[in-house]
Design a protein around this ligand. Structure first.
Ligand SMILES: [Zn+2]
Length: 296
């Protein structure tokens, strides 16, 4: 199991950071009050999710536990059943809740056989249809569903105003190529403006190192999403050439095969045609050299 960094971001906020790059290696974290402990997201496998829960509970085992899922993707949500089996509750936007209840994301056609462990979904997920404030005891957090489809159709961010921390989920990728497979690029740009409006000083991205409002990470992602829309405005873009250009413009980003999917999503959006998910996934596999190796 690759290494995890557990970093305190304030007296009550902790980030759980997995290495940047490599599919299904997400960031998570937790906020602990005097009355309640809230996880932000779980992990992709049973082993990783159990480790996250153990670490979060290591300072106070008796606090009631909840998990808030930033979206339904398996790297963030596959472990949600473990929260319930540990006696906790699970919360997500209505769209994400329905997707998670439909079964874990494993995609054997892309990733082959992976040692996921027991990752059956939770029996119950409490929907978060609108912004909500949660009293954890001596501190409060805010849950904010993203107004429109951005990275997925059911994104949510978790804000801890007292410590200036915003868990962005996969609205923000840091040092990792964003993935627009299930998103809307134009609305994602709006969502990144909205992220800035919280005035948080620290962002915990869905993948990659923690960043701050003053670093260029968010702006680089905005530039990338705009570029995707710009270069696919023509009827028949040269995808191979554009993928190479993307790798040159954003050379520090891991998982560059995702450019293949993102360009096709942008083209579908620009021209109002149906996004061919299977064709885009095949192009991405080809860009990755035929297979995407997981280190889980
Ligand atoms: Zn995601």
């Amino acid at each position: 199991m690759s290494s995890v960094e557990i970093r305190s971001l304030g007296p009550r906020t902790t980030a759980y950071l997995q290495p940047p790059g490599g599919w299904f290696l997400n960031n998570a974290g937790w906020i602990g009050g005097t009355e309640r402990l809230v996880l932000v997201d779980t992990c992709a496998t049973a082993q990783r999710s159990r480790h996250l829960i153990e670490q979060a509970r290591s300072t106070d085992r008796d606090l009631p536990l909840s998990a808030v899922l930033t979206h339904a993707h398996g790297d963030h949500a596959n472990g949600a059943g473990h929260v319930e089996r540990a006696g906790g509750t699970v919360h997500a936007t209505p769209t994400a809740a329905e997707e998670v209840r439909g079964g874990p994301h494993t995609h054997p056609e892309i990733f082959g056989q992976v040692p996921w462990g027991e990752i059956s979904p939770p029996e119950r997920i409490t929907p978060v249809p609108e912004p909500a404030e949660v009293d954890l005891g001596r501190t409060r957090i805010e849950l904010h569903p993203v107004p429109n489809r951005a990275h997925t159709g059911g994104d949510l961010v978790v804000h801890h105003p007292a410590e200036g921390v915003l868990f962005t989920g996969d609205l923000l990728f840091s040092g990792v190529t964003p993935l627009a497979l299930h998103g809307s690029i134009a609305a994602w740009l709006d969502a990144l403006d909205w992220v800035k409006s919280f005035g948080a000083s620290t962002f915990v991205p869905g993948h990659g190192p923690i960043t701050t409002a003053t670093e260029a990470v968010l702006d680089r992602q905005v530039a990338y999403l705009r570029w995707l829309l710009d270069v696919t405005a023509i009827a028949e873009p040269e995808y191979d050439t554009l993928q190479q250009r993307a790798r040159q413009h954003w050379p520090e980003w891991h998982d560059a095969e995702r450019h293949a999917v993102n360009l096709r999503r942008a083209h579908a959006e620009n021209h109002g045609h149906e996004f061919d998910l299977a064709e885009a996934a095949l192009a991405m596999l080809s860009a990755a050299g035929g297979r995407i190796q997981l280190d889980l």
